[in-house]
Design a binder for this molecule. Structure first.
Ligand SMILES: NC(=O)c1ccc[n+]([C@@H]2O[C@H](COP(=O)([O-])OP(=O)(O)OC[C@H]3O[C@@H](n4cnc5c(N)ncnc54)[C@H](OP(=O)(O)O)[C@@H]3O)[C@@H](O)[C@H]2O)c1
Length: 275
């Protein structure tokens, strides 16, 4: 596909109340005249986003539900059908990240939650929305994976696994659904967002993330540009492009090097990797 037309489309975004999701919502409404249906867990955050949209507020509607629950997606699909809403694009963006620590020290319940929110929500969302997207004149799905899908990292083994699974699921789906539905897979690098809320980060950690990574607005713009250009794999952020290049050439060596850098880092965020 040479391009995906975003003008005046109806877009569903999971995790709309957070970092990339709220930036995507603002761009799609303000620059493309889209109607956005946001999904999130916290009503107050979704309402705050709605209020910030000012003139675009009437183009934003939100639903509060846990995207890791399959039944919630079924009910949501029924609501859209009853209201005669035909979505054009689903952006599976919601995700969580546990603190950086070794797998053996990780809370097992939290690890399973990461798989449920980061991976199962994407599968359930696609399952429920594909029949509806097929009714669009040009339907699309965007699945947000991560640079950790191709560059696994010590301290986030389960998170990396969830994102690698999202990438492979998404890329398989892309070929299965083509040309009826266009599917793009996104692998962003680091950006300072609330994703790290459960990490005990200090200013130095955030300076590191900001220096290495990108601004959340730049990531959102790169996603929109990549989608508009019809790219099936969108790698955004200089750190993500570097990791992709290194892991393509030398997957084991690059993983060893990257892990060594994190383990020897003096940053607070990686302190549990030294134990
Ligand atoms: N930031 C990065 O460095 C980075 C890098 C690579 C990939 N990513 C990926 O990018 C995506 C967006 O992350 P972000 O950085 O924008 O994080 P964020 O600011 O924490 O936003 C995450 C959003 O997901 C929502 N969410 C979480 N669990 C949910 C659930 N069970 N049901 C419904 N909504 C839920 C959150 O809602 P509440 O706030 O109400 O919980 C929030 O709106 C994630 O998939 C993340 O893994 C991020």
């Amino acid at each position: 596909m040479s391009s995906f037309n975003l003008k005046k489309r109806t877009v569903i975004i999971t995790g709309a109340s957070g970092g990339f999701g709220s930036e995507l919502t603002k761009i799609l409404i303000n620059d493309y005249g889209c109607r956005v249906i946001g999904i999130g867990k916290t009503k107050e955050k979704l309402q705050a986003l709605a209020d910030s949209l000012e003139d675009g507020k009437n183009k934003f509607k939100y639903y509060v539900f846990d995207v890791s629950d399959r039944e919630n997606w079924r009910k949501f699909a029924d609501k859209l059908t009853e209201s005669c809403v035909i979505p054009d694009l689903l952006i599976n963006n919601a995700g969580i990240m546990p603190p950086f620590e070794k797998f053996e020290d990780e809370d097992g319940e939290l690890a399973m939650r990461v798989i449920d929110v980061n991976l199962m929500s994407v599968i359930y969302g696609c399952e429920a929305m594909i029949p509806l997207l097929k009714a669009s004149r040009q339907g699309g799905i965007v699945n947000i994976s991560s640079s950790s899908a191709f560059s696994p990292s010590v301290g986030i083994a389960v998170y990396s696994a969830s994102k690698a699974a999202v990438r492979n699921f998404s890329m398989s789906l892309s070929e299965e659904l083509y040309p009826d539905i266009f599917v793009a897979t996104v692998c962003p690098g680091f950006a300072k967002t609330d994703l790290f809320r459960d990490n005990d980060f200090d200013d130095e950690d955030f300076d590191f993330i900001s220096g290495l990574g990108s601004d959340k607005k730049d990531i959102a713009e790169a996603i929109i540009d990549g989608l508009s250009d019809g790219k099936k794999l969108i790698i955004c952020g200089k750190d993500s492009r570097l990791m992709n290049a290194m892991s393509s050439v030398a997957p084991v060596k690059s993983n060893e090097l990257y892990s060594k850098v994190l383990k020897e880092s003096k940053l607070n965020m990686f302190r549990n990797l030294k134990k």
